[in-house]
Design a protein around this ligand. Structure first.
Ligand SMILES: *Cc1c(COP(=O)(O)O)cnc(C)c1O
Length: 501
């Protein structure tokens, strides 16, 4: 019943192919009203904004929103992204006047509340991770990684050591390789064991006196917990390196682990994934970065401190890597994370991690019973917040690709999973149900998957059918990038979308 309902809910999307707002406007350019103070020579004569009435604008955006799919429409099992339901109250508080009209240049006496919030948020994250100090400057997870790599670089430079290699396992998130390379390191890749965890023998032979550090993602991109991190950290520390922990997906672990006991020196958390900020399509985010005490002086400036009476901003960290963004980071994301933590409390947070793992394992067992979907690594291991299945068998036997399954899910009213990631699994489908879905929703999703793999493969190849736009030519989208409306207008043919109906 649920599936039929979802399908019919989406079936009409094709009828709404909404033009761009620029295509809706009148032909004449908008006259700019006189703007008293602006001198004539810098004033524009015409401005290219659509000349539409308020109801036209409202209707345009409402129609667009109906073409879209979001977490408030239905399940969104996009592995590694933690697309969970975010309590609306967090959004409401972040838009209070007292929050949104703050200016980062205000004298600190007038923003004691904001500084207190940041200070207390870092105390809460200290409890959650067991690390000692936090900076909220990085604007995203990858930005936190990059900042961490800058710290690793500076740490070795200060000690007069020439270390330019970072070890990263194959099962790490793709951004780790890019962040290390951007910070000037050579990346040494090591494989995973068949059980999905880091291959310790390969690690042993990768370590040298050039090792600056290691970056691990935990749970790794297979959704599997790296249970030998204490041993691995000892190996890296003995060789003189630092341990970086990608904690972007902390959903599975909140309230249950100590990064310090794992031997971690630097870590980032994605506040926008784990701690309730709607995200995607590039923001907004906060890649809070935490370090052990000995690396405190390397954090980006300023850091928020408290002298017993007043909160203040400290700029004189002797070894700081400098600034990695303007001011103090994405403040509204910090507000939402703080509120989320206070609302749930310690027991609530443990429930979050418990249910995220329970949901993922329930869905894993059910989905891997579907003929043609198989785990490649760690078959009998417990999953954390997510799991990866390969549809390589379906490709071999029926020509069905992971991509086809993902696209067809849209016709059933579900957001597709992450596909072709991690790259160590062929025809990978990566599912993350998150803790905010219940059994009904999980069963519905699995049922849709089951129906899809049993459909005529020809149907799957051209899916989706019920969305506003059909199958995109992804290769062309990369080779022939049309990134704006103006670029599209400049082309003789607007055929940016093969299947536009
Ligand atoms: C999402 C994610 C990142 C990157 O975070 P962004 O905020 O998108 O930059 C890094 N590592 C892991 C494991 C992730 O899931």
């Amino acid at each position: 019943m649920r599936i039929e309902y979802r399908q019919s809910r989406w079936r009409n999307a094709r009828e709404f192919l909404e033009p761009l707002i620029f295509e809706l406007r009148d032909e004449e350019p908008t006259e700019i009203p006189p703007l008293g103070e602006i001198p004539g020579e810098v004033r524009r004569k015409h401005i290219s904004i659509p000349n539409l009435s308020e109801p036209e604008v409202v209707r345009h955006y409402v129609r667009l929103s109906k073409m879209n799919y979001g977490i408030d429409d239905g399940p969104y099992w996009l592995g590694s992204c933690t697309m969970k339901y975010n309590p609306k109250i967090c959004e409401a508080v972040a838009s209070w006047d007292e929050v949104k009209w703050m200016h980062p240049d205000q004298p600190i006496d007038t923003v004691q509340g904001c500084l207190k919030l940041m200070y207390e948020l870092s105390s809460l994250l200290r409890m959650i991770t067991d690390l000692d100090r936090f900076s909220f400057q990085p604007m995203a997870g990858a930005h936190g990684e990059y900042t961490g790599c800058l710290i690793i670089r500076k740490y070795h430079e200060d000690r007069g050591e020439e270390r330019d290699e970072i070890i990263i396992p194959d099962s790490a998130h793709g951004t780790n390789f890019a962040s290390a390379a951007m910070a000037g390191f050579k990346v040494i890749r090591i494989p995973a064991y068949k059980d999905g965890t880091i291959d310790i023998d390969a690690l042993e032979s990768a370590i040298s006196n050039k090792t600056a550090g290691m970056m691990v993602t935990n749970p790794n991109t297979l959704g599997i917990y790296e249970d030998k991190l204490d041993v691995i950290s000892d190996m890296i520390h003995e060789a003189g390196g630092l341990m970086y922990y990608d904690g972007a997906n902390f959903n599975a672990l909140i309230g249950r682990v100590s990064l310090k006991k794992m031997g971690i020196d630097i870590a980032h958390l994605n506040l926008h994934k784990t701690f309730a900020t709607p995200h995607g399509a590039g923001g907004p985010g906060a890649g809070a970065i935490g370090v052990v005490e000995k690396l405190y002086e390397y954090l980006p400036i300023p850091v928020v401190e408290y002298d017993g009476k007043k909160y203040y901003l400290r700029y004189d960290l002797p070894r700081t890597v400098g600034k990695v963004s303007g001011y103090y980071g994405n403040f509204s994301v910090l507000v939402k994370a703080y509120l989320y933590l206070l609302m749930l409390g310690w027991e609530g947070l443990k429930t979050v991690s418990g249910i995220s793992v329970l949901n993922s394992n329930y869905a894993y067992v059910k989905a891997s019973q579907i003929e043609g979907l198989e785990p490649i690594y760690g078959e009998n291991k417990i999953r954390k917040h997510e799991f990866v299945l390969s549809s390589a068998k379906l490709f071999k036997e029926k020509g069905i690709r992971a991509r086809d399954i993902a696209k067809r899910l849209m016709d059933y009213g579900y957001h597709p999973p992450t596909v072709y990631f991690p790259p160590i699994v062929k025809e990978a489908l990566m599912f993350e149900p998150t803790e905010t879905e219940n059994k009904r929703e999980i069963d519905g999703y699995i049922e849709a998957l089951k129906r899809i793999v049993n459909e005529d493969p020809e149907i799957l190849k051209n899916a989706p059918y019920n969305t506003a736009i059909g199958r995109l030519d992804e290769a062309r989208a990369v080779k022939d990038m049309i990134l704006s409306w103006k670029m599209m207008k400049r082309r003789s043919s607007p055929g940016r979308i093969r299947n536009r109906r």
